[in-house]
Structure formats: structure tokens, C-alpha cells
Design a protein. Structure first.
Length: 677
């Protein structure tokens, strides 16, 4: 087993340094070392001390820097699961024989990639990890270094903060690098990136300089969209126009890359020595790159200017909107800025028309669920609730319903806070916040506009709940969102907000709940046989797993080796019958109401809908298990899924959909013929 003397000495030095600085006591260190020896798997001393609460990450970082204590690169790669012990031992032998760096040895074996080596170096030396891109480079700094040096050492000047220049390098320990930097009057901060990518960006910049010549201006004033509504063009470049123009390009790069990567959110967060950029893609938060800490204030200021936020306002939290175009497409962004103990933090929600305004057919509903929802939308009055946790897509579903109803003979009025997507032909009113007109008064005012449909952005208190129900009682269709775990919980929460029971009994009501699951990548989709245990978790009855085809994504370049690309919705829909309404009024628990609704075929659960979605080849069973609501797990043992259920909810024949069913009498069903995915 690999336990090199170098690694043991490094760990011993860490303990001695912590003792010397008074961070830990002798007893604490001895106890941590004992746990390390007794652990069946390799654990770093620093990780054990963190778990015990003896030190903080900041203390470990400061001590490591002060005493130049670094974890061996091989140990980092090993602990991150990027190499095996055998591969590491072989690479170390090659390193000794050829007298090359360990990273180069591993690259020659094809064990790791340049990006993985660079990220491990960043972790080892506590330098920011930056993905090179020509849009984040201050071109005016290139003249301070010879082209041959930049190419030979793969060095990319990124930014300047007063007399300190940030350099992106591939090998921060190379003697030539430090020899050259000693001869400069400026001080330097280093960041780490992949060598090949650095050289590629250098090549692009030098080719552009050859074609275009030197910049005609030394600096560019920051562009401001002004106070009126304009759309800012992200395609426009400001290369070579000075430090302020570089910040414009950096922000443009962050925003445009997020849109191209299909991100729903951008997270810009200050760490103690860097600015971290992460994107949420297909529901997962993914690290993108670091930026020099020196750019934090300038990047924050630029985003606030674009979002029409007062940069002189020192409020803890600030909100705004950015309106941009990219490749000819309009994109809206909602900005939330706040200050943390380490500096500014910004979250940007991307509201693209492509993602935000969809047709009902594109939401991913099962055929019967879609048919039932359309029937509800075509009714002249009633209340429909869209529920689910934050980020589940309920606002998108609500807007899709508005798209479905947005016709010349229908007047639609919305009351929102904020208006996330503007829809032509719909009268959208934005609430002014706590200091504005009460929502009940706004609803009454909207009734004077002769609407057919009223949309209340969210029901979150008794006033908004009563206003929504009373609007439905006047003969209008009313839509709203509500935060709840599932469709049954949405109605229960409406009652819990203080709604009078007679109002509920007089109102036609339905509720939808949803979650987002990742779609299987179409490029690497393959058939998979689920385990018997996995199959049992869906409470199927009289079903043979061998008769069904399930799928997964193997992983490819198209999906970033994840096996998934994009997301789709999984929906449960509850239509309230008289019996179900009586159950609510008699305060039945959710399990009893769920069983009654399922027996009447007026309800399909998230688990059941997700199972059928997996049969259709849209997602995997593993994704479905992750979306189960708490209340559904409580009634797990009493809910079964039969072939008749599957056939009913997958039905696509409008004539069969029109058949009425008596409550509690399931249809007989023939074996299901699954469509090919």
C-alpha cells in the first residue's frame, strides 16, 4: 500500500506547525493521529482535525501558506479518486526514470487530463483555478512580457490591481517563471490553468493582434444601458481597450457562456483569495472557473450597472433586471446582490424565452394528465393551483397555461411579484412590494377590467387565498402558485391559511404538483435492466421487469459524461370531486385523500408518473426516486401501480379519454405495448 515517507513527513510537519501556532493542543493532535491510524481508509490529518472541530479551513490554509506545507500532488489525486494506488506508483517510477514532473508522467499514461492536473495543483497550492478565455484577458499587459516567454512558459496575463498583476500559469514552480518575475517592478499573483488551453488563447490573441494591429485607445469608459429599457449586446467585444473594457468583457463572458451552456442560474461568490463562478445546469450546480479577487468589486459594479442597481447604495440586498441579446436572441436576467463576510455575492436567474415560455405539449406531461389539464383550462371558471418547491418549474407551467389560453377572445390579467416573463396580449401587473396596494385591492381592481382569466402570482397568506377564491366564485378562471410538497398538500395549505370552508365547497378546484428530472442524453442512450430492489421501490403489482425496457445514458461528450442532457417535468394532478372535497372539509389526512383520489382515477402521484416516464425512455428510475414527496413516502405501502393504471395514464386516443368511469371501478386492461423511445 502506498504510504510514502514524503507523505508521512508532510503530515507530521502539519501537526508540528499547528502545535507551534497554538491552534491545537498536544492531546488534540495525538487523538487525531490515533484516529488516522485506526481509520480503514486513507484520511488526511487536516480532514480529521476539521471533522473534530479542532481547526477551521481558514486556519489550515493560513498555516499551510506560512510554513509552505503542501500535500503531495499524488496524494491529492488519490484522495479525489482520479488515480489508483497502482497507477500512482507506476507514474512515480516513470517520474524517477525520465526525470519529469509527476503530472507529466500521469498525462503520458493517459490516466488524468490536463484540467484535472491543473485543478489538483490549484488545490495543492491554494491558487485560483481559471479556465483561459481571451475575453477575460487584459490585452494591455501583454506588452510587459516577451512573446517567446509567454508561449514557452504558458503564461497569460489576466488583470491588474494597482501594482499587482494576476498571471495565469500552468506550472507555478518553474524556475524560469520566478526568475523573469523577479526582474519586474510589479508584484504578481498567480492562478493556475491547463497548459494547452492557455497556449490556445495566447495563439488567438496574437493572431488577432497581427490582423487588427495595436489598439487605438488605451482605455474605454464603461458602457451603461442608461435608465431606460434597452437590451445590451453580449456579442460585442471590447478587447484591447483597457482595464475598464476588460471588466466589460469579463462580465459579457460570464453571462454569454452561461446562456450557451443552458444554465438556469449564475452564482458569483467571493472567497478569501478568489471570485468563484458556478452555473446551475440541469438542476446541478457546476463549478466553471475562478477569477482574481482583484476583479470582484469591478465585476460587481458592472453587473449592478447593467441591472439598474444604484452602485452607491450600501443596502445588504439589492435586486434588479438585466436585458441582453446573444446571437440575435433576447434574454432576461433577474439579479440578486448581497454582501458576505468575504465580499460581494451575486446570483443571476436566467429567464430565456426558450426555457420560460413553452407550449403545454413541451412540459413533459403524460398524455392523460395533459388531456385532463386542458379540460380544466377550457372550463369557464374555477381555481387551479400550481405547487412544488422553489425551482421545480411551476411558474413555467403556469405561463404555459397562459400561452394555451392567450387568444383573441380571452382577456387575461396577471398580478405578479416580479413579472418573470412578459407575454404579448396579456395584461401583467407587478406588485410594488409591502408598501404598495394590498393584493386584495389589486384583485378587485382587476375585476373591473372585465377579465376571463386572473393570475395571482403566489398565494402566501390568508388575504391572497381569500382574494383568489372569491375571484373564482365570481365566475372567473383563477390560477396561482403555492408552496407545498404535493398537489394534495396544496389544497390543505389553502385551508390552513384560514380559508373559510364554505368558500372551498363552492369553488371548482384542481391542483398540480411537479418536479424536474434530468432527461436521458439521446446521444448515448442505452437499454438497462433495473435491479429487483429498484423495481420493488415503485410498488408495482403483476408486472414483470423482464417485459419492460428501461434506459440510461452511458455518458458522452454531448452530455459532459453525465448521461443526462436537459430536464423535463414530472407532474401529479388532482381534480377534486365531491367525495374528495368532503374529505378535505372533514380534515382527512393526506394518505386517506390520496387513496380515495387514486381509486377514482382523479390523481396520479409523482412516483407513478415518474415510473411511466422511465418506461417512455425520458428519464431513469434513479432520477424518479429522488423526487418523491414526503407525504407520498408516508403512504407508500398502500399505493400500488398496475398495468391498468399505466395504460390509463399513457392513453393517447381522444375517444378513449372521453369515456367516463364510475368512482372506484378501475378499467380492465390488456398488456401494455410500450412506444419505442
Amino acid at each position: 500500500m502506498l504510504r510514502s515517507e514524503q507523505e508521512r513527513k508532510a503530515r507530521s510537519r502539519l501537526g508540528e506547525c499547528l502545535l507551534k501556532e497554538g491552534v491545537v493542543t498536544e492531546n488534540q493532535l495525538q487523538y487525531a493521529l490515533q484516529l488516522q491510524q485506526e481509520s480503514p481508509r486513507k484520511r488526511r490529518l487536516g480532514d480529521i482535525l476539521l471533522e473534530l472541530g479542532y481547526v477551521t479551513k481558514r486556519q489550515l490554509r493560513d498555516i499551510s501558506r506560512k510554513y509552505q506545507h503542501r500535500m503531495p500532488l499524488g496524494s491529492i489525486l488519490l484522495s479525489n479518486g482520479l488515480v489508483t494506488e497502482e497507477q500512482l506508483e507506476q507514474a512515480l517510477e516513470i517520474q524517477k526514470t525520465k526525470r519529469i514532473l509527476l503530472g507529466q508522467s500521469l498525462l503520458e499514461q493517459g490516466v488524468v487530463s490536463e484540467e484535472q492536473i491543473a485543478m489538483a495543483l490549484s488545490q495543492q497550492m491554494d491558487y485560483p483555478y481559471i479556465l483561459p478565455n481571451k475575453r477575460i484577458v487584459d490585452r494591455t499587459l501583454l506588452a510587459q512580457f516577451s512573446e517567446s516567454f509567454l508561449r514557452r512558459q504558458a503564461v497569460l496575463p489576466i488583470a491588474r490591481n494597482q501594482d499587482t498583476i494576476t498571471l495565469l500559469v500552468s506550472n507555478p514552480l518553474h524556475p524560469e517563471l520566478h526568475e523573469v518575475l523577479k526582474g519586474h517592478q510589479n508584484s504578481f499573483e498567480l492562478a493556475i490553468g491547463p497548459r494547452t488551453m492557455i497556449l490556445k488563447v495566447l495563439q488567438e490573441i496574437f493572431e488577432e493582434r497581427t490582423l487588427l494591429g495595436p489598439p487605438t485607445r488605451s482605455a474605454a469608459e464603461e458602457e451603461s444601458p442608461g435608465t431606460r429599457f434597452v437590451r445590451y449586446d453580449l456579442d460585442k467585444s471590447h478587447a484591447g481597450q483597457g482595464p475598464s473594457a476588460q471588466v466589460i468583457d469579463v462580465v459579457n463572458y460570464i453571462l454569454s457562456k452561461a446562456i450557451k451552456e443552458r444554465a438556469s442560474d449564475i452564482h458569483i461568490e467571493s472567497l478569501y483569495n478568489r471570485l468563484r463562478i458556478r452555473y446551475r445546469i440541469d438542476g446541478r450546480l457546476i463549478f466553471q472557473t475562478d477569477l482574481p479577487k482583484s476583479l470582484a468589486d469591478a465585476v460587481t459594479r458592472r453587473i449592478k450597472v447593467l441591472a439598474h442597481i444604484n452602485v452607491t447604495d450600501s443596502a445588504d440586498t439589492q435586486d434588479g433586471h438585466i436585458y441582453v441579446t446573444l446571437d440575435g436572441n433576447d434574454v432576461d436576467m433577474r439579479v440578486s446582490a448581497t454582501n458576505t463576510v468575504l465580499g460581494p455575492s451575486i446570483t443571476i436567474r436566467i429567464l430565456t424565452k426558450e426555457l420560460g415560455l413553452r407550449d403545454l405539449d413541451d412540459l413533459g406531461m403524460l398524455p392523460r394528465v395533459l388531456h385532463n389539464l386542458q379540460e380544466l383550462l377550457d372550463r369557464p371558471s374555477g381555481l387551479i393551483l400550481f405547487s412544488g418547491p422553489t425551482g421545480s418549474g411551476k411558474t413555467t407551467s403556469l405561463y404555459s397555461c397562459l400561452n394555451y389560453l392567450n387568444k383573441d377572445d380571452i382577456k387575461i390579467c396577471t398580478i405578479e411579484s416580479p413579472v418573470e416573463y412578459s407575454i404579448e396580449g396579456v395584461a401583467q401587473y407587478q406588485l410594488k412590494g409591502d408598501s404598495g396596494t394590498p393584493v386584495s385591492e389589486v384583485v378587485k381592481a382587476m375585476l373591473h377590467h372585465d377579465p376571463d382569466v386572473i393570475v395571482l402570482g403566489e398565494i402566501n397568506n390568508e388575504t391572497s387565498a381569500i382574494a383568489a377564491v372569491e375571484a373564482a366564485l365570481t365566475g372567473h378562471k383563477v390560477f396561482s402558485t403555492i408552496h407545498s410538497d404535493d398537489a394534495i398538500g396544496a389544497v390543505q395549505r389553502l385551508i390552513g391559511l384560514g380559508l373559510r370552508t364554505y368558500l372551498l365547497s363552492s369553488t371548482g378546484i384542481a391542483a398540480s404538483a411537479q418536479r424536474l428530472v434530468r432527461r436521458i442524453c439521446p446521444q448515448c442512450k442505452e437499454v438497462v435492466v433495473p435491479s429487483a430492489e429498484m423495481f420493488r421501490q415503485f410498488r408495482t403489482r403483476d408486472l414483470d421487469a423482464d417485459r419492460w425496457e428501461f434506459y440510461r445514458g452511458k455518458g458522452c461528450e454531448h452530455c459532459g459524461q453525465s448521461g443526462y442532457r436537459g430536464r423535463t417535468g414530472v407532474f401529479e394532478l388532482l381534480t377534486v370531486s365531491d367525495e374528495i372535497r368532503n374529505g378535505f372539509l372533514q380534515t382527512w389526512n393526506s394518505a386517506a385523500i390520496r387513496r380515495l383520489a387514486q381509486s377514482q382515477r382523479r390523481y396520479i402521484s409523482l412516483r407513478q408518473a415518474g415510473f411511466i416516464m422511465a418506461l417512455l425512455g425520458r428519464t431513469t428510475l434513479e432520477e424518479t426516486l429522488a423526487i418523491l414527496s414526503y407525504s407520498e413516502k408516508e403512504t407508500y405501502e398502500s399505493m400500488e401501480l398496475t398495468e391498468a393504471d399505466i395504460e390509463y395514464w399513457m392513453e393517447t386516443d381522444p375517444k378513449k379519454m372521453g369515456r367516463t368511469m364510475s368512482p372506484g371501478t378501475p378499467e380492465t386492461a390488456s398488456p401494455v405495448s410500450l412506444p419505442t423511445a
